[in-house]
Design a protein around this ligand. Structure first.
Ligand code: FDA
Length: 383
């Protein structure tokens, strides 16, 4: 097995505990760094509402089988056995009370219970097929009946992410879909970034949309563009050149709000602040939209136009902050090349791909770890 991250550890433990002899190789020195840094150090390890709709993939149904074979409740039962306490933060997102290390230690103990041999700091030089598989490494050549690739995506190269999994897929003739940073802050053109720079640090609740589902969560202005959970979510659906639409008054009728105050001498900025937008943002937005006026100065058509813009304010990002800041990689080993029931390559018996290296990308909120646990588990049962 290559890659001792979330999916690799789950897969190795599962295979080892069914009596398979498992060697787990990783080039990193430290075990499962992404689990350690995840969820602000508390690991948002799953979600109470795991549905296939919460995952992006060329084949939106592909994740269904693995997610039903190993559910969030199966993972909770595992935590229970280890006495690991957790809490729900928001939107079904479950975090460790005692920090991410508890999860790493648990998976490590599960691997030991399965007799898994683990070697860290090993460089993989080449993978080929002989009688089974042959992996040439800095520590010698290893041969195995099955090979599981759990090398993750491209995000955070600083802690060891590489494209090895995609290269192995390519070498065995498997398609890899186009990859892009996802769950990532979006950036503005320099002039726009300069215009919004005074708003850095300002955040508010909005509904964001970019060619996909609508997410109602916080939007945060940064020195380079926009971030915050709502933006990270839509970044996974955003395509270069497209706008992101923000509803600044989610769940309210801006038209009714403005009409009720049509005779008021209150300035639009103050009304928007009263409606819940941060004053600094309201001021900048009203100036930009040319509505830094009193409410009573707005005609009915002007109120209607303003209401429409409040519900669908378009921002035009020029890019993302890239893999250095992305939580995950969108795209990966094509689901067409894999069995959804086992994660084995359809045309290369014994070769498996699990976790983020596969073209299955979860929303923010514990979905990516659940995919790692579920896909790792099913491959561990079948490799
Ligand atoms: P993962 O990246 O965990 O493991 C891959 C392993 O392969 C690594 O150990 C790596 O060293 C090894 N490897 C890579 N290239 C190699 C090579 N050439 N040779 C040998 N070994 C190699 N998700 C979530 O659900 N909840 C959360 O709270 C968070 N939080 C979060 C925060 C941050 C900052 C990031 C970057 C990401 C998250 N995620 C997350 C996403 C989550 O961490 C990610 O989806 C899973 O770790 C993917 O698990 P994998 O096992 O597939 O890859």
């Amino acid at each position: 097995m290559i890659g001792a991250g979330a999916a690799g550890l789950m897969c190795a433990a599962t295979a080892g505990q069914r009596g398979r002899s498992v060697l787990l190789l990783d080039h990193a020195v430290k075990l499962a760094e992404k689990i350690r840094i995840s969820g602000g150090g508390r690991c948002n390890f799953t979600n109470l509402d795991v549905r296939p709709e919460c995952f992006l993939s060329e084949n939106p149904h592909f994740c269904r089988s693995a997610l039903s074979q190993y559910t969030a409740h199966d993972f909770l039962a595992l935590l229970e056995r280890y006495g690991i306490h957790w809490h729900e933060k928001t939107l079904g997102q479950l975090f460790c009370d005692d920090g991410s290390q508890a999860i790493i230690d648990m998976l490590d103990a599960e691997c030991r219970a399965g007799g898994v041999e683990r070697r860290m700091g090993v460089s993989i030089e080449d993978v080929s097929r002989s009688d089974g598989f042959e992996v040439r490494t800095s520590e010698g050549v290893f041969r195995s009946e099955s090979l599981v690739v759990a090398t993750g995506g491209l995000s955070i190269p600083q802690i060891g992410a590489t494209g090895l999994g995609y290269r192995i897929a390519g070498a065995f003739g498997l398609d890899v879909t186009e990859c892009a940073p996802a769950l990532v802050p979006l950036t503005f053109h320099a002039d726009e970034a300069a215009r919004f720079a005074p708003l850095a640090g300002v955040s508010f609740c909005a509904e964001a949309e970019a060619s996909g589902p609508v997410f109602r969560e916080n939007v945060l202005f940064t020195h380079k563009g926009v971030s915050g959970p709502a933006i990270l979510q839509v970044s996974s659906y955003w395509m270069p050149g497209e706008p992101v639409s923000l509803d600044l008054m989610p769940g309210k009728s801006a038209r009714a709000f403005l009409d009720e105050r049509s005779a008021s001498e209150q300035r639009v900025v103050n009304a928007l602040a009263e409606a819940g937008l941060p004053r600094r943002f309201a001021q900048a937005w009203a100036e930009q939209e040319g509505v830094d006026v009193r409410l009573c100065d707005l005609s009915a058509p002007a109120r209607e136009a303003l209401a429409a813009r409040l519900h669908a304010w378009e921002i035009r990002p020029n890019g993302t902050q890239g893999y250095r800041k992305a939580e995950v990689t969108r795209g990966g080993v094509s689901t067409r090349a894999l069995s959804s029931k086992t994660m084995m390559a359809r045309d290369v018996p014994g070769l498996f791909f699990v976790g983020e290296v596969v073209d299955v990308t979860g929303w923010l909120g514990g979905y990516n770890f659940q995919w790692a646990w579920s896909s790792g588990f099913v491959a561990g049962k079948n490799c």
